[in-house]
Ligand binder design. Structure first.
Ligand code: ATP
Length: 238
């Protein structure tokens, strides 16, 4: 069976600077797969290309049998791809519920808005308690939950999670990852970009290590945990 998301020979960059240089990986239906690697190897750029914010200069992305790179961003969202961006990017002056609504404007989500809202509040009771509060007043962990909830509001098949642990205390990271596990149990496929290797490999069944815009190692979580290449990738030797 072919993968739900299949990335082949992807190249992308900014002006003269080449960042992705022949990236290949796959995400299967219902899988949680992590992309690991040091600062600056191109993980966020990968998420940008998948969500349509950064153009690819070469390569292919097949999503559910279609050519994803040919679709504009809003159609990617409508077809079930949702990004929870690095740094969360919640709208600080809007309330929790207003931020959640913004996740549900695409064609595929509008009709399910109330059901999705109930699901998000069941997953994150804290967001329900704070539904009328300005998002900018919430803690980093609560804002991360809001970013996850907003992505879920678009009724996704694939969630692209960029650094959900960034800047959070260890206990908060644990609760964010418990939520990611609960989301994965609903059969949503998850591509997880993380600097926190330990947390990522606690939830992903397998993963890839990136260095200099390519995959340098692929394996299941147990293999990656022990892999010297993973350590090397973080100190720039890979
Ligand atoms: P991080 O964990 O720091 O986000 P990353 O692996 O996600 O790292 P990217 O954010 O994809 O890496 O960045 C890859 C390279 O592209 C870096 O050298 C970065 O400085 C550069 N870069 C990222 N965004 C831009 C941009 N908008 N314009 C120019 N260069 C950029």
């Amino acid at each position: 069976m072919s993968a739900l998301l299949e990335v082949s020979n992807l190249h992308a960059g900014y002006g003269e600077s080449a960042v992705l240089q022949g990236l290949d990986f796959e995400l299967g239906q219902g899988e949680v797969v992590c992309l690991l690697g040091a600062n600056g190897v191109g993980k966020t750029t990968t998420m940008g290309v998948l969500s349509g914010l950064v153009p690819a200069s070469e390569g292919r992305v097949r999503y559910d049998g279609i050519d994803l790179l040919a679709l504009p961003t809003h159609e990617r969202v409508s077809s079930g791809l949702a990004l929870s961006p690095e740094g969360r990017k919640v709208f600080p002056n809007l309330t929790v519920e207003e931020n959640l609504y913004l996740g549900s404007f695409n064609r595929n989500a509008r009709a399910h808005r109330m059901r999705k809202l109930d699901e998000v509040y069941a997953l994150f009771p804290r967001l329900a308690e704070r539904r009328t509060q300005s998002s900018g007043l919430m803690s980093g962990g609560e804002q991360q939950m809001l970013a996850l909830g907003r992505a879920l509001m678009s009724n996704p098949r694939v969630l692209l999670l960029d650094e959900p642990s960034l800047g959070l205390a260890p206990l908060v990271v644990q609760s964010v990852f418990a939520a990611i596990r609960a989301i994965a149990a609903t059969n949503i496929s998850i591509l997880l970009v993380e600097q926190n290797t330990h947390a990522a490999l606690s939830v992903a069944s397998r993963g890839y290590v990136m260095a200099a815009g390519r995959i340098v190692l692929a394996g299941d979580a147990a293999t990656l945990r022990e892999a010297p290449e993973l350590r090397d990738a973080f100190i720039g030797k890979a």
